[in-house]
Design a binder for this molecule. Structure first.
Ligand code: SF4
Length: 407
């Protein structure tokens, strides 16, 4: 569940650890929910329901006409099966583990007023009979792979859990797992209790800076969900200086000023100070920053547009107009009746229901028996991603024909 009330929330910790003042800078901006966040909250409720049911607790299945789909059932099953696997394994290793679902953890001894809600805490024995804390976190996102390796959100949850249970249970090792089924991502990171506690101590000064709104603004991929992004000066300066340095360094002229160079008045071909075309090696060097900058540009447009449209704030050089719209029927019953009365037929289209709808109608087993042989999963569209993305690279020499190439 999102840590909606904590100033130094675990889920935004990557941001405040890199850019401490961001916590206070975004305070004046509303924390608006999105359909993705609401869907994520519902999916977490389904996960919680499934695990509590397995634990024989009295629970009511969460309902949502808007967000319940077969796919939500499938991705929450992936989480459920993983978590139950961890619990069952710990049962085999020793006494029954302590299992806590949607547990509030407090790490304010490290980060002022810091707390959060861990999806799952399991405390028991590992395969070698050593005390183990396992923290699990479910993610519904499908835009960005979330790696668990030294993931500060997970480590803060673990620090909070250690603070609460580390005195009662002989925890020696800490294991953390992120389950992100929409990207087939189950990522685990393990460290000793000592390493975790040392890391906690190491971030204490930065957490204090963040709480006090001090430190330096520092743009990076952690800006993604920062509410101050559209008006962040550090982001604006980064984007504009990149544009100036890489593409628009024309103040001193783009052409070579070598006196022995070409004579343009005689029709010689011009020679540029730098080659006129940027090679792919240079473009690839700025790719990571471009992603960030395009997201910043988008946030600036949407922020300024919202201010102009919703609050009538004048934007010099711009005006608000009506966009293009499509014609619609105002009364479909009357349309059908009128068309039939005038002799028109074939007013409706028939469409095959989707694969997921078939599966829901028949049940997984019957669906596989009857239609399994007609189901295929074509390869996805080729996409360029950073090297640290956990997916295996495609062998382009052999596989090009199977994939849809990017136009
Ligand atoms: S948008 Fe600005 S304030 Fe927010 S994290 Fe990025 S650099 Fe910091």
């Amino acid at each position: 569940m999102p840590d909606v009330h904590a100033l130094l929330s675990a889920s935004s910790s990557k941001r405040w650890l890199h850019c401490p003042p961001s916590v206070r800078l975004e305070e004046g901006f509303p924390n608006e929910s999105s359909v993705y966040a609401e869907e994520g909250t519902f999916a977490h409720e389904v996960c919680e329901y499934k695990v509590r049911k397995y634990l024989h607790e009295r629970v009511t299945r969460p309902q949502s006409e808007e967000y319940y789909t077969e796919e939500i059932d499938q991705i929450t099953d992936v989480y459920y099966e993983f978590v139950v696997g961890v619990i069952e394994a710990m049962k085999r290793n020793g006494p029954d583990p302590l299992v806590l679902v949607e547990e509030r953890v407090d790490y304010s001894h490290i980060a002022p007023s810091g707390f959060g809600t861990a999806d799952m805490l399991i405390v028991g024995m590992d395969e070698d009979g050593k005390g183990l804390l396992h923290v699990c976190d479910f993610k519904t996102g499908k835009g960005v792979f979330v790696d668990c390796d030294h993931n500060s959100q997970m480590m803060l949850y673990a620090i909070g859990a250690l603070h609460a249970y580390g005195y009662i249970y002989p925890i020696e090792k800490v294991r953390m797992t992120i389950i992100q089924p929409r990207l087939d991502n189950i990522s685990t990171f393990e460290c000793s209790r000592k390493e975790l506690e040392e890391w906690g101590e190491s971030i204490r000064p930065t957490a204090k800076l963040a709480y006090e709104g001090k430190g330096e603004q520092s743009p990076g991929d952690w800006c993604r969900f920062c509410r101050a992004k559209p008006v962040c000066r550090a982001c604006a300066e980064e984007a504009l200086s990149l544009a100036r340095e890489e593409f628009l360094d024309l103040d001193a002229g783009a052409l070579s000023d070598d006196p022995a160079g070409p004579d343009l008045t005689r029709g010689d071909l011009p020679v540029f100070k730098q080659p006129g075309l940027v090679p792919i090696s240079e473009l690839s060097a700025i790719l990571p920053m471009l992603n960030r900058i395009s997201s910043w540009i988008e946030s600036v447009f949407s922020y300024v547009s919202a201010e102009a449209i919703n609050h009538a704030i004048p934007v010099p050089g711009y005006k608000v107009v009506e966009g293009r719209s499509k014609r619609i029927f105002t009364d479909t019953d009357a349309v059908v009746e009128t068309a039939i009365q005038n002799g028109y037929t074939d007013l409706y289209k028939q469409q095959l229901i989707t694969l997921t709808e078939f599966e829901k109608m028949m049940g997984k087993k019957r669906f596989t028996e009857l239609l399994g042989e007609y189901v295929a999963k074509p390869p996805g569209k080729l996409t360029l991603v950073p090297e640290d993305d956990p997916r295996a690279p495609v062998d382009l020499n052999h596989a090009m024909d199977d994939f849809e190439a990017l136009e």
